[in-house]
Design a protein around this ligand. Structure first.
Ligand SMILES: Nc1ncnc2c1ncn2[C@@H]1O[C@H](COP(=O)(O)OP(=O)(O)O)[C@@H](O)[C@H]1O
Ligand SMILES: [Mg+2]
Length: 336
């Protein structure tokens, strides 16, 4: 199937482009925060925005899904850059910020570490036009949040591009609210919330893929306008005929289709009874983020084959008939 085109985010892209121009003009780090529920297209939008910005440097990091530790964002940035460059930071401190194993931290106060973390990021950017990419701020540790708040407005020609779920879904809601407020308070800051796609926008996608939008309303209803659920539905369908079968199933044995959370079939196992392993829960969290198997494998440091096995065990244990349904199940499962 053709890739699903991105629709409906033109305004947000334009705003992000402006933020980039402002940052280059003023030589200051301009925050741009994109919030939205899982699957609303935060990652896709920011990826498109970074492409349009053509930065010289991209420093990108995200939370670790398993056992968060201080400065996870910076550790991910450093890990993503191969051999560590010469930086104006004591090697011991840098090793600690990079989360090298067995490095004592006693010699540095939290304040000193924060200053060194800021110095590290500024040295990596080196005064060049940069994007500092923070994926899924809602899942980050407090030290990373402090660092990100410090970077906003700092004298470097950069956009601090942040995606986050709404704070009430955050690991640390109050700290997340405070950090987002601090970012929004920087002059020129961009703040965008991505809502579900409208039926008209779903229609545009149908038109592009099938040359017809007759099934748009039904597809929109089936997916609640969530781009991730829509993408999954379309991937399952392949052709307009197959989509018609999915959204208007003929009478008789039910065809499994991803259904919105509010209409979850009773056949799914109650969350407390599914008895998932720790790893399966991690994989489920990734599915709920809309990640592909390849992406999950990279994030968790396991092979794609192993991910496939975890996913099929998850579907069996939860009684879900698709990745989307398992993701919905994850969203509904009580915390803990
Ligand atoms: N505006 C859009 N138009 C079409 N497809 C989209 C749009 N936004 C997101 N998608 C698709 O939906 C899926 C989820 O998007 P993603 O960016 O991973 O969501 P998030 O980061 O908010 O969880 C991806 O397959 C993506 O390509
Ligand atoms: Mg994402």
């Amino acid at each position: 199937m053709m890739p699903v085109p991105m629709v409906g985010r033109g305004d947000a892209l334009e705003e992000l482009r402006n933020a980039w121009e402002q940052a280059q003009l003023l030589g200051r780090c301009v925050p741009a925060v994109i919030t939205g529920l899982p699957g609303t297209g935060k990652s896709r939008l920011t990826a498109a925005a970074v492409q349009a910005m053509t930065p010289e440097v991209v420093l990108s990091g995200s939370a670790r899904l398993h056992s968060p530790a201080p400065y996870d964002w910076l550790a991910a940035v450093l890990a993503g850059r191969g051999p560590r460059p010469e930086l104006p930071v004591p090697p011991q401190a840098l090793a600690w910020l990079a989360q090298d194993p067995d490095v004592p931290r006693e010699r540095y106060t939290p304040d000193a570490l924060l200053r060194l973390a800021v110095t590290t990021v500024r040295a990596l950017a080196g005064g060049r036009p940069s994007v500092l990419m923070v994926e899924d701020l809602h899942a980050l540790d407090p030290a990373s949040l402090s660092l990100i708040a410090e970077l906003a407005g700092a004298p470097l020609p950069a956009v601090l591009l942040v995606t986050s779920r709404p704070p009430d879904e955050a690991v640390n809601p109050r700290l997340t609210v405070r950090t987002l407020e601090r970012l929004a308070g920087v002059p020129g800051a961009v703040r965008r919330h991505l809502a579900a796609l409208s039926a008209g926008e779903v229609g545009q996608i149908m038109q592009h893929l099938y040359g017809s939008s007759t099934l748009a309303a039904a597809a929109w209803q089936h997916t609640g306008g969530n781009p991730y659920r829509l993408t999954e539905l379309l991937a399952m369908a392949g052709t307009e005929q197959a989509l018609a079968q999915l959204v208007h199933p003929p009478a008789g044995p039910a065809v499994p289709v991803p259904v919105p959370a509010a209409r979850r079939p009773a056949a799914l196992t109650a969350p407390e009874q599914a008895a998932l392993t720790a790893r399966e829960r991690e994989v489920l969290g990734c599915l709920a983020e809309g990640m592909s198997n390849k992406h999950i494998a990279t994030a968790l440091g396991i092979s794609v084959r192993t991910v496939t096995v975890h996913v099929s065990n998850l579907l069996r244990k939860t009684g879900a008939s698709s990745r989307t349904e398992a993701a919905l199940w994850a969203v509904q499962r009580p915390a803990g």
